[in-house]
Design a protein around this ligand. Sequence first.
Ligand code: F6R
Length: 611
Amino acid sequence: MCGIVAYIGKQPAFPVILKGLKRLEYRGYDSSGIALFGDMVNTFKKKGRVAELEAWDEEIISEATVGIGHTRWATHGEPSDANAHPHSSNSGRLTLVHNGIIENYASLKQELVQKGYTFKSKTDTEVLVNFIEDIQINNNSTLEEAMRIALKRVVGAYVIIVMEEGFPNRLIAARKGSPLVIGVGEGEHFLASDASPIIEYTKKVIYVNDYELAIITPDEIILKNLGNETITPYIQQLDMELAQIEKGGFDHFMLKEIFDQPGSLTDCLRGRLDMENLTLTLAGVEEHMSVFSQAKRIIIVACGTSWHAGLVAEYMIETLCRIPVEVEYASEFRYRNPVVGEGDVLIAISQSGETADTLVAIEKAKEAGAFIFGVVNAVGSSIARLSHSGAYTHAGPEIGVASTKAFTAQLTVLAMMAIKIGREKKTITEAEYNRYLAELALIPEKVKAVLETHESIKEVAKHYADARDFLFLGRGYNFPVALEGALKLKEISYIHAEGYPAAEMKHGPIALVDENLPVLFIATKDAYYEKIVSNIQEIKARKGMVIAVISEGDTLIRGMADHVMVVPEVDELLAPLVSVIPTQILSYYIGVLRGLDVDKPRNLAKSVTVE
Ligand code: F6R
């Protein structure tokens, strides 16, 4: 949550920071602000989108070659000009941007108020900047020393970047729990919450670790820990292209990312699935195969869409590997004293690799002795680094706030894991193994075939764009797809939507059914087909409107449903990979028809780095 960008170097800082903040708007878009170092520090901040900052005074912005910027997802204090970052200390000497939450801000604020400090905003960040200043004054110390002392007392998560009057050629940043990347240039440096604001200037980056401080000038980066020991920075080469983070002719990132899927799934399979030799290479699993094959059970933790991928994985792993699987919301797992320890494998699924609840759930399980395997999209992210082993999903950057291509890539990695472990344990036959591999190889083409039907899905969307409620139903592997379809629709269109296992409908939700309720069935050909046909009849008997995702050639459900969206036939284990696609497209078009900003739905942020 919240995006931060900073620049120090030789070019005008404002355009670099402004463009970077626009790229990070997916992390929050309640307000934004920039502080620039000219003769003095000048700050401009506004409620609303980053574009509001374009109204800033030309004269101020043309001069400065050093600055910090922020785009906010509100936690403490409503979205307003006053609560927008950057925040300055009472004396005006320090100005900072912050991503994260200072949990003990109330007690720190109380201390500061007693000493006479005043506050213009309701934020924890303004407390932090004054807390640092207070330490600096009391100890007569440098900013760097004061930050070290302050950060030892601060409880919570943060990345901060601080500017100090009188030191126009230096920024100091620190991190704990929120992400920070430094772009290494020639006579210039870039700082950001992720690499997207940096990519067009340099591909050399440093991922700052927790409890590290970076002292940055145009020519130098000094990394230290909170104990004041210098650390040698590890410079990595970015594996990302500018085109990946641009819309590429699509109206929205969400649509682009939906259409990216044949390519992103091919990338996910590349180097892993080899149809010539009938092999599946997943180094992170192979290196620890005995851990998996001897696991007493597997616990999956995740949030949101990634949690839905975990539910599909439960079906896959239990079916193919005969290992008991529990799927947990990371936010519940971390607080409920879970029974976890040696012999357990914990799979953490996360697109961003920065979700706070998932991170803490991992830490807990790791402390208790569990083996941690990360299924992560963002390379170098905190979850990837905290895991004992893992597999990247290689979906490429996902900018639209609603997760689409990350979900299908997660399913692909999880399917590969289940197939691989199942073969090792001999809980699947060689013939089954070969069949799954062949099915996997065909998935990108089948997804492409669904995308080609997008115009007809748009027509379906027109019939339901004014709906007030929606029910999504599915069984077996398609039950999590129903949950995911409902989540996608509610976040993009603000239509109330619920997902249920289709048979569970009779235990309550059926009371909602009348001629105004669209009920979307995920009803592809699988072991549950006959059952789901009966469920459709039960809805029709109560005059509900039925939309169905069906397999090619299914004339039975086509004849019963009001509208259908057709997908190619796929083995039921992999069916979610194609059956979810029409629900993504439908949500997208309904959101667009309702005139909403589908890439930035209200109240949401892409990377939930606060609990
Ligand atoms: C929904 C969505 C969220 C995320 C969730 C977890 O479209 O994007 O529900 O799936 O916030 O995020 P990650 O996967 O980054 O841990």
